[in-house]
Structure formats: structure tokens, C-alpha cells
Write a protein that binds this ligand. Sequence first.
Ligand code: SOE
Length: 397
Amino acid sequence: MSAKTINVALIGQKFMGRAHSNAYLKAPRFFDLPVNPVMHTIIARDLSSLKKFADRWGWANATTDWREAINHPEIGLVDVTTPNNKHKEFVLEALKAGKHVACEKPLAATLDDAREMRDAAKKAKRCKTFVWYNYRRVPAVATAYQLAREGRLGRIYHVRAYYLQGWASSPDIPLIWRFDKEQAGSGSLGDLGAHVIDMVRFVTGDEVEEIVGSISETFIKERTIPSGVGGAGIASGAKAGGKKGKVTVDDAVHAIGRMKQGGIFSVEATRFATGDENKHGFEINGEKGSVFFNFEDLNNLYYYDATLPVHVRGWTKIQTSVPGVHPYQAAYWPTAHPGGYEHAFVNQAADMMRVLGGEKPEIPLPDFDDAFETQRVLEAIELSAKQQAPVKLSTVK
Ligand code: SOE
């Protein structure tokens, strides 16, 4: 019996528009799914480039009329990849229209918007919601999650997590939306810190109890206002010597805190780690063992088993692109033929289809409720930096 299908409407054709298009294109080719995504409509503001995008990626329709497309009776899933301050408007419209909804991270630019989206999702009982915290589905991170669930780390003592990019350290990068608080909500914190906070919560299975302290800094206070439209850090359209505008978000942030189950953690997110392009990872130390992950070595997880006799104890490199080590490899290639960045999105699209088909993926998919918890931590870190004081999560709702 052929699988059911669901028509997808995707909003946005930039970096995440491409990553999600690729995911919908490839998921049904690599995985046997209960529901297959149909690339029905791509939505964005600029129709001329949109038609080229639709042809390249295989979207059947292209439109700038987002309201009509979201409410189209044939659409079953709406996926939002716009700047953060636009998430809420599209998501609320889609939930009102009874559609399932996927949204890029972070859930929203502000905690208030995220709360409104979460509450609307609660009311729309028939609608499933998903947030693209894609790194959960990088094989090494999925394996760290599984080791933790098997109790191989035991009680967690420390978590050290970081997301280091360097692209913004050039003053030539124009004032794109990622530097504007109104559009982005925050800078490296919401863009990169959201990923590491999600991964810390996901792998440890624990929640943040308190942000004991955090510090943020904006190193370049103003940038040239672009005439064109830049992507994620791509300097396009800004003319040297053009009019300048104020950067209103953090360029870098560090925070330390306490987890509910007693562990302590540090998270760091920056766009000024000159020399680091997209380096992120974590080290989690527990009473029974530790794991270390670095995205630059994304197919390997490093594991230390503290329960082994001392003469055979040491850091083990687990090659995770091995069928049976994590739930995705068997769908792709034979053992040790590793995947890349885009495969985490294909894995997410496949798991979304499994949820829509009534199945439970092995690696949990964050819905709006889950992503709201990460948004609360973002808010607590921002408050702690502003107030230069500890912030308990119980005071951030
Ligand atoms: C920022 O440049 C960015 O595109 C983030 O927005 C993504 O979430 C991250 O995965 C890659 O870098």
C-alpha cells in the first residue's frame, strides 16, 4: 500500500529554505515513511527569484501570497524559515487554519511571542508542531543521547557547551537582520546559543534550574545598512561608506548555571571566534562516564567509560555512521560512509513524517512545548546579563 502524502508549504527561500527543501526532497527517497512530503508551495517575498528556486528544488507552486497559501485546503504542513520576529504571524495563521506546523529555531524572537505560539499550539489539538533543532539528529549527538538514556553517564556533574562562529568579526559584514533585535530577538544567543542549550537539555534529559551569571558583548556597535538582502552573514548589497545603523544584539555571550538534577554547566555562543567557522559541541562529565562531541568531527562521538578497569579505560572514538549505532545510517550508505550537515535536516524531515504517520521516532522531536523551555533559558541568560545577577528559571515563565 503506497504511503499517504502530505502537501507542504514552505515559507522562506534563503539558507534554511534550501536546507528544508533538500530535506523534503530526500527524506522519502532514503527512508520508508508512513507519510511522504509533497513539495506543494514555496512562499517568499520576491516572486522573480522564487520561480527559479521552485524549479531548482521541485516546488510545484510559488507564491508571495502567504495567507492564501497557508489557508489552501490542500496544504497539510506549513514550515516557517523566516527571520525570528516573523515566526509568530505565520505560525498562528497556520494553526488557525488547522495545519501542522514546523518552525525554525529559535521558536521566536521574544519569550512573549514564543509563549503565544506555544499556547496556540496547545489549543490546536489536531495540529502537530515541530522545531528544527537539527543538531539532535547529527548521528554523534543522537548517539550521545542514547548513551545517556542507557545510564552510561550516570549522575551528570558538568556540561561544557559552545557554539563558535567567526563570520561577524569583519566590520564589512552589513547590518543584516541577524544584528537587529527587532527582527532577531538576540544575536549569537538566540541564533547559536539556542542550539547548544537545546542539545544540553536533550542529551542530559535535564532542565536548567538557574542562570548564576552571564555576560554578553557587542564588539562592533554599528554596521553599514545593506542595499541588497544578505543571508546568514553573507555580505551582500552593502556599499562601503554607506549609511550606518546600530547593532542592537549581542555578538557573544557566556553563561554559567545549575541544572535541576544538580549538575553545573557553562554555555558560550559567539560570532566573533575568529578562525572558527561553525565549531560547536559539548563535553558532558558524569559519574559513570563522559561524552565529547565537536561538530567539526560530526560523525564521531568520544566516550569515556569510567566503569572499566583502569588498565583498559580511556577515551573511545565511536564511529557513529554505522548501522545500528544510530537510527539513521541504515537508510543511507554502508557502514562508515559518513553523512554531512544536510543529513540532519533529512533525518528531521523523516522523523516529522513518522510523527505525522502516528509513529514515535527513536530520537525525540522538539515540539513548541519543548522549544519553549529553551526559549525560557535564552530569556534567563539575557536577563542575567542585563541585571548582572542570577536568574532562577522559576521566575521566567
Ligand atoms: C547562523 O549563521 C546559522 O545559520 C544559524 O542560524 C543556524 O541555526 C546554524 O545551524 C548555522 O549558522
